[in-house]
Design a protein around this ligand. Structure first.
Ligand SMILES: Nc1ncnc2c1ncn2[C@@H]1O[C@H](COP(=O)(O)OP(=O)(O)OP(=O)(O)O)[C@@H](O)[C@H]1O
Ligand SMILES: [Mg+2]
Length: 287
C-alpha cells in the first residue's frame, strides 16, 4: 500500500470529549505529502482541538491518530517529543514567548529538536546558538523580518508577530505544518501577504499543511494559486497543471464532526446550508 506510507496524518474515527462536550466526533481523514487541507467551521466546532490532536497535545477518547505513520494515541508524552518536533505549529494565540527576542523565539524549535534528538550529547556544550543564527536569520528573511532579529514580540505589529510565528513553525523545514487561523484579526492586505508566505513555503519545501481559517479567500488562494519561485509572485493554477492541481482540499467541521470533505468546486456546489456559510458567493448583479 504505497498510498498508506505516504500519509503524513491519518485520523481513524477519532472522538474527544471535554466534560459533556464532544469536541471531536468520529473524525476520519488523511493528509498526504505535499497536500494542503483548508479547515472551516463555526467557533467551537473543534478545529483547534483537531490540530492539537495531530501532535498529541490533547488525549483522544476513541479512535486512532497516526502522524508520519506512527501511532500518536498509544504513545507516552515523553515519546511524543521527537515526533512532535517533526511538525511545525502556528498557534491560534500566536504563542510567542514575550521574554525572548524574535530571534530566540524562532530558534526555539531548532534548539528543542537538538535536545529531543540527542539529550546526552556533548555537542550541547559547543554553543549551538552560533550554528542556529544563520538559519534563524535565513527564515526571518523568508518572512521579510530579518531586521527584527533582536527585537521583542511586543515591539512589532500583530501582522509581524504572525509572520514570526510562521518563521518559527517552519524553521526546521518540517514536512508538515499546522496553521491555526494564520490570518485571523489581520487587515486584508496583511492577510493576503501571510497566505502568499504559506504558498511560498509550500512551493519551496513541498510542505503539507492543515490550515484553519475563517476566510474563504485563504482557501481559494491555496487552491487556485501557486507561488512562482522564479518570479517571486503568485501564478494561477490551471486544471491541467498536473503537479499543482487538486492538491488543496477543503474540510468543514460542525460540532466536532467533519460534515464536508472535497475540492473547491465540490464545496461551492454544496447544497448544505451550514457548508454554504463558509463559501463566498459571487455577487450576481451587474456592474
Ligand atoms: N481545554 C478545554 N476545556 C474544556 N472545553 C474545551 C477546551 N478546549 C476546547 N473546549 C471546547 O471544545 C469545543 C471545541 O473547541 P475548539 O477550540 O477546538 O474550537 P474551534 O473550532 O477551534 O473554535 P474557534 O473558531 O473559536 O477557535 C468547544 O465547545 C470548546 O468550548
Ligand atoms: Mg480555535
Amino acid at each position: 500500500m504505497a498510498d498508506e506510507s505516504q500519509s503524513l496524518v491519518e485520523f481513524r474515527n477519532v472522538s474527544l470529549q471535554y466534560g459533556n462536550v464532544w469536541a471531536l466526533k468520529q473524525v476520519s481523514f488523511r493528509l498526504n505529502a505535499g497536500e494542503t487541507r483548508i479547515i472551516f467551521g463555526a467557533a467551537g466546532s473543534g478545529k483547534t482541538t483537531l490540530l492539537k490532536a495531530v501532535i498529541g497535545l490533547v488525549d483522544v477518547d476513541e479512535g486512532e491518530i497516526r502522524l508520519f505513520g506512527e501511532n500518536v494515541t498509544e504513545r507516552k508524552e515523553q515519546d511524543l517529543f521527537g515526533l512532535r518536533g517533526r511538525a511545525g505549529f502556528l498557534f491560534q494565540e500566536g504563542g510567542l514567548f514575550d521574554s525572548l527576542t524574535i530571534g530566540e523565539n524562532v530558534e526555539y524549535p531548532l534548539a528543542n529538536r537538538q535536545l529531543g534528538v540527542e539529550p546526552q550529547s556533548s555537542k550541547l556544550g559547543d554553543s549551538p546558538e552560533t550554528d542556529f543564527e544563520a538559519r534563524v536569520r535565513q527564515v526571518l528573511r523568508f518572512v521579510e523580518l530579518e531586521q527584527t532579529y533582536s527585537q521583542f514580540p511586543s515591539e512589532v505589529s500583530g501582522g509581524m508577530r504572525r509572520r514570526v510565528g510562521i518563521a518559527r513553525a517552519t524553521v526546521t523545514e518540517p514536512p508538515l505544518v499546522l496553521y491555526d487561523s494564520p490570518t485571523a484579526g489581520l487587515d486584508p492586505i496583511t492577510a493576503n501577504l501571510i497566505m502568499a508566505l504559506l504558498a511560498k513555503e509550500r512551493e519551496t519545501h513541498n510542505t503539507a499543511s492543515l490550515i484553519v481559517t475563517h476566510r474563504y479567500q485563504d482557501g481559494e488562494l491555496m487552491a487556485n494559486f501557486r507561488f512562482n519561485l522564479e518570479k517571486g509572485e503568485l501564478d494561477p493554477i490551471s486544471e491541467n497543471d498536473g503537479e499543482f492541481a487538486g492538491r488543496t482540499k477543503f474540510m468543514v467541521m460542525k460540532e466536532g464532526e467533519v460534515v464536508f470533505v472535497g475540492s473547491r468546486e465540490e464545496l461551492e456546489a454544496s447544497d448544505d446550508a451550514y457548508v454554504k456559510r463558509f463559501v463566498r458567493h459571487e455577487e450576481h448583479h451587474a456592474g
